[in-house]
Design a protein around this ligand. Structure first.
Ligand code: BMA
Length: 370
């Protein structure tokens, strides 16, 4: 090698170390290195694997509540999920627990545990209706009320401040902010939440998402957040109309439960996933099945014959980074028959083990995610 090439090589190496590493960059240019790392791992891993996620996994299961180390997924699959979903509805009220009675300080502890397990955390928010003080299912028109100039704008800022305070406490053992996939204003192409398609215009909705991004990123400096947008499967043909923009979204998802109830469930889901993956890839974003599941698992082999089959039915479908199934509500204290992962002794346990053992699936500990 001729000597004059050495300085050039050095420069190339240094550029690599100075943040020129390969892969997508978060929309927030100030995202922490760990946060950038999560996004880039998702991009890398999705071409080989699909991460498995579960809502409220460490908080409770069908037969237990807030018991250290427990997880219905771990107790059936033999591994914790790779993605841990959490819900902060009622944080805006300064309540000590969320709308499903999960204590917020416990949730913060479980988020830290999930991170220590090598998992990725994601947060959704069923925020109360600011116009009426009803729930998020109270569909009285409210979006303009909280946007700048609206009567409840100051209150809305204080609600976002509460999230920032909650989020700032999420630090690892070295004091670094734990990355969080933040997924506000979800299922907006459905009509059941006050931010849904029949209760605000696309312009108002996009202004709401963009305002939330801008305030939390630039004013509150929440640099551990990756931004996910997941409309509902319903009216997904209106995708373009409601998409908040390439500059505020890292991850494009869909919340799809409905496809499992169609006659051609596997084909319908897999076609929906192809569309999702194509839309995300065209924008340089990460596709995910942000929420799904088959309530109460009435089909014993749902995990392999439906979910896994849909992922495998189309080479594009399996390029989603993760699939998250919804929560295992406690049967005695919350909602019976409202669970989406098996629990010990449930009829679909063996099928779930087979699902976990399929080489396509990735659970916590199967490899690094940041
Ligand atoms: C819904 C249901 C509700 C719950 C809400 C927020 O889909 O599971 O019971 O309150 O999510 O977690």
């Amino acid at each position: 090698m001729k000597r004059r090439f050495v300085p050039v090589m050095l420069l190339v190496l240094l550029a690599g170390c100075a943040g020129g590493s390969k892969g997508p960059r978060p929309v927030n240019p100030d995202a922490t290195p760990l946060t950038v790392s999560v996004l880039q791992h998702l991009e890398k891993v999705r071409h080989e694997k699909v991460l498995f996620g579960h809502q409220d996994d460490l908080a409770y299961g069908v037969t237990w509540k807030a018991e250290a180390g427990r997880s219905d997924v771990n107790e059936t699959a033999g591994a914790y999920p790779a993605v841990f979903g959490w819900e902060i509805g009622d944080l805006e009220r300064d309540s000590t627990y969320n709308l499903d009675r999960v204590v917020f300080t416990d949730m913060q502890r479980w988020i830290k545990e999930a991170h220590a397990l090598g998992g990725i955390n994601t947060i959704s928010w069923h925020m109360d209706n600011p116009a009426t003080d009803g729930s998020s299912w109270d569909t009285v028109r409210a979006v303009p009320v909280i946007l700048p100039g609206g009567a409840k704008h100051a209150q809305f800022l204080s609600w976002l401040d509460r999230f920032a305070a909650f989020n700032e406490a999420l630090v690892d053992e070295k004091g670094r902010a734990i990355p969080v996939i933040f997924r506000p204003w979800h299922e907006n192409t459905g009509g059941w939440f006050w931010w849904g398609r029949t209760h605000c215009s696309p312009e108002e909705y996009k202004a709401l998402y963009r305002f939330t991004f801008d305030y939390l990123t630039n004013v509150k400096k929440q640099h551990n957040l990756l931004w996910a947008w997941s409309p509902a499967e319903k009216h997904l043909d209106e995708f373009e109309q409601w998409y908040p923009g390439n500059d505020v979204v890292d991850i494009i998802g869909v919340d799809d439960y409905g496809s499992w109830y169609r006659e051609n469930a596997v084909e319908t889901m897999s076609a929906n996933l192809r569309t999702l993956v194509e839309r995300a890839e065209a924008r340089g974003k990460i596709p995910v099945l942000a929420e799904t599941g088959f309530e109460a698992l009435k089909e014993e082999r749902w995990f392999t014959e439906k979910l896994l089959a849909a992922l495998k039915a189309d080479p594009a479908a399996k390029r989603i980074a993760y699939v998250l199934v919804w929560r295992n509500a406690n049967a005695a204290t919350d909602r019976p028959d409202h669970f989406y992962a098996p629990y010990a002794g449930h009829a679909s346990e063996a099928d779930f083990k087979a699902f976990r053992n399929d080489p396509l699936l990735f659970f916590a500990g199967d490899g690094p995610l940041f």
